[in-house]
Structure formats: structure tokens, C-alpha cells
Design a protein around this ligand. Structure first.
Ligand SMILES: Cc1ncc(COP(=O)(O)O)c(C=O)c1O
Length: 307
């Protein structure tokens, strides 16, 4: 595959030549607002929703991207169209936005007046092989020691690149089971989210998920609400405890790349009967119909093309 072209502050550059300053706010402040969108059959999925969330994150973080949302949308489609010819028909893409406040001099703690935001738009091939097996067998959800920060410190709805706590949480659970997926609690012990996904469980045919008081308002999460309504499955936001997962009939995570990742084990205990449940399977089928791609099949093909 020819090297991806990256959009960086008004220019297109090959990914290997895309560089930012060591004084950029991404580095000196750890301040990057981000989005990750995916394509299905090369069509960006819910791009407008991702960009609307990006602009809400920027507003809450008190810096801007230096352009209006419509312009960002056009630009994003342009970046994808430039790179798309290099993607084989069966390979979808990530479209990633990283926005920082630009230059920020650490010695003075000031933003120089001439500083402009740093805007990066990158596309990458979407390798789904890691998740292929989980559609069949489900994953093992494990609660780490690390907790998500309370909204009073950093609101989880701001999608940002500070991945320190999420990476700690993942490495803790992976020491316990190398294939485990973190199910992080908040500081009150309620379920929140995964390092890159939202969490749902099914009890007595009702889908339940934490409210966005302690987790990102995932675009995939929003798609689950849409599909649940379409399938007439009751769905509600509520406070959930580890007990609720242990006693649930089904459980799953959602995120942009894999859409739905079933969980059939929680902290070593079987969830339901230990198999991917009927409601989870219905949601995977409904999502596949929505995007015109068999999600599970695509991940399995991704796995086969590597083996
Ligand atoms: C912390 C966190 N929670 C949830 C999600 C899921 O969001 P989405 O469905 O928009 O991918 C992400 C996605 O990266 C995330 O980083």
C-alpha cells in the first residue's frame, strides 16, 4: 500500500514526514482532543456525529480547531478521498482527528498570541483480526484497580488522547489474563467503560448501560440505542455494579472498530450460560444490515488474511 497522506495544518504530507513541535500543547500539556471514525465498504460511518462530538469536546476543553464544523467535514472527506484509492476493496479505514491548542511554551505557561491550533487528520487501515474470535466465544471482562477520573476532574464526555489511566487499566487486567478486556469502575465503584469502548449488559431481556456521568457518549453506544429501539428491545441507562454483570444474562462492549464485542466471562465467572447471547447476536446482525457488511465475517476475513 502506498504511504498514507496526512493532513497537517493546511498541508498534505506523507505520514513518515508529518512532524509536530516539541512545544506543541499535545506534548507540553498533554492536551489533545480526538475522534476516531471508521468506514464500512469505504463509506465513513456517522462522520457528522463524530465531528459534532469533536466540536463539543473542543468547546468543553476551551480551544478550537480554527475552522467551522462544515469545513472540517469537507476536509475530512477530502483526506479520505486522497487515500482511498490505496485501500483494497475489502480493507476499511480509521479516520483519526487529533486537535491540540498549538504551541504552548512550558517555561512561561503561556500560549504565544500567534499560536494556531494543530490539526491532524490521519487515515489508517483497519485491522479487525484481534476481535475476530470474540464474536464467536466472547471476551473476558475484568475490573482493574485503576478507576476512571470523576467528571468533576475531567469529564469523560471530552474525548481526549490522555490514555495514561486507560493504558494502566488494560495492562493490569492483561497481567491477570492476556486476553482480558478492562471494565473500569468509577471512584464510587460503579461500572464505567473500557479503555476504548462502552459497556452493556442484558438482564431479563432489558439492555442496561451506565449513563454518561462516568463514560464517553460513544457513537457506537448511540447506535445500540438506535438498534434496540428498532428491534423493540427495552434499553435504559442506570448505575450498575459488578454484581449486575455477575448476574446478567449477556454482556458486551461497543466501540468504533469492532462495533460489538461480546463478553462471556467477568472476573473469572461465566456470564449467563457462557455463550454469546441471543440479544447480542441480534444486535450484531442488525448492525451488519445497517451498514451492508457482515461485521463478524469481515473480522474473520481480516484474521485469515494475516494467517
Ligand atoms: C474511553 C472510551 N470510551 C468509549 C469509546 C467508544 O466510543 P465510540 O463508540 O465512539 O468509538 C471510546 C472510543 O475510542 C473511548 O476512547
Amino acid at each position: 500500500m502506498t504511504q498514507n497522506l496526512v493532513y497537517l495544518n493546511g498541508e498534505y504530507v506523507p505520514a513518515s514526514e508529518a512532524k509536530i513541535s516539541i512545544f506543541d500543547g499535545a506534548i507540553s500539556l498533554g492536551m489533545t482532543v480526538t475522534e476516531s471514525t471508521r468506514t464500512f465498504a469505504h463509506q465513513p460511518f456517522r462522520l457528522r456525529d463524530h465531528l459534532e462530538r469533536l466540536y463539543l469536546s473542543l468547546k468543553a476543553a476551551r480551544f478550537d480547531a480554527g475552522m467551522m464544523l462544515d469545513e472540517m467535514e469537507q476536509l475530512t472527506l477530502e483526506v479520505w478521498e486522497k487515500n482511498r484509492p490505496h485501500y483494497p476493496a475489502d480493507t476499511d479505514a480509521w479516520i483519526i482527528h487529533n486537535i491540540t491548542p498549538g504551541q504552548w511554551v512550558p517555561s512561561s505557561g503561556q500560549k504565544p498570541p500567534e499560536s494556531k491550533p494543530t490539526v491532524m487528520i490521519v487515515t489508517l487501515p483497519l485491522d479487525l483480526s484481534y476481535w475476530a474470535e470474540f464474536y464467536r466465544t466472547g471476551c473476558h471482562a475484568v475490573t482493574p484497580f485503576t478507576r476512571v477520573q470523576p467528571a468533576q476532574s475531567l469529564d469523560s464526555r471530552i474525548k481526549n488522547r490522555s490514555r495514561f489511566l486507560y493504558t494502566m487499566a488494560e495492562s493490569e487486567v492483561k497481567q491477570f489474563d492476556p486476553m482480558a478486556q478492562s471494565l473500569i469502575l468509577d471512584t464510587n465503584g460503579f461500572l464505567s467503560e473500557n479503555k476504548g469502548g462502552n459497556f452493556f449488559l442484558v438482564t431479563k431481556n432489558c439492555i442496561k448501560t451506565p449513563s454518561t456521568i462516568n463514560c464517553l457518549n460513544g457513537i457506537s453506544r448511540q447506535t445500540i440505542f438506535q438498534l434496540a429501539n428498532q428491534l423493540e428491545i427495552p434499553i435504559e441507562e442506570c448505575q450498575l455494579l459488578p454484581y449486575d454483570v455477575t448476574t446478567a444474562d449477556e454482556a458486551f462492549f461497543t466501540s468504533t472498530p469492532y462495533c460489538i464485542m461480546p463478553a462471556t466471562k467477568f472476573n473469572g465467572i461465566t456470564v449467563g450460560n457462557g455463550e454469546v447471547g441471543p440479544i447480542t447476536r441480534n444486535l450484531i446482525s442488525a448492525w451488519s444490515q445497517l451498514v451492508g457488511i457482515d461485521i463478524q465475517e469481515q473480522a474473520q476475513q481480516s484474521q485469515q488474511s494475516l494467517s
